[in-house]
Design a protein around this ligand. Structure first.
Ligand SMILES: [Cu+2]
Length: 112
């Protein structure tokens, strides 16, 4: 049976203080884990620019965000949000999974 509740994940622009003269903070990309799936399952980012994945686990069990390609492995407790800094990526596709529910929790980052 298909779930059709699509939560629109918002890409939050980093808030930069008006006086900040340095380069903008890295973009923040929101990812939600719900019913052991990522939403969205596909994220597009600019190649060559670091960013921050802001991952919220709405499930009642822990999940582990894991990507061999990104060299990230991080447990996200139930109900918590974790910020994962991702360095600039070369153009390409970088799969990730929720290791505790690998059959359903699958996604990818596409750097272009
Ligand atoms: Cu793991």
């Amino acid at each position: 049976m298909h779930r059709f509740a699509l939560l629109l994940a918002t890409t939050l622009a980093a808030v930069v203080a008006p006086s900040a003269a340095t380069a903008a903070d890295p973009a923040e990309i929101a990812l939600t884990i719900e019913e052991n799936r990522f939403q969205p399952e596909e994220v597009r980012v600019k190649a060559g620019a670091p960013f921050v994945l802001v991952v919220t686990n709405r499930d009642k069990t822990a999940e582990e965000f894991e990507s061999r390609e990104l060299r990230i492995e991080k447990v996200i407790p139930p109900g918590k949000t974790v910020r994962l800094r991702v360095p600039a990526l070369k153009a390409g596709t970088y799969p990730f999974v929720g290791e505790y529910h690998e059959k359903t929790a699958q996604g990818r980052i596409i750097a272009e």
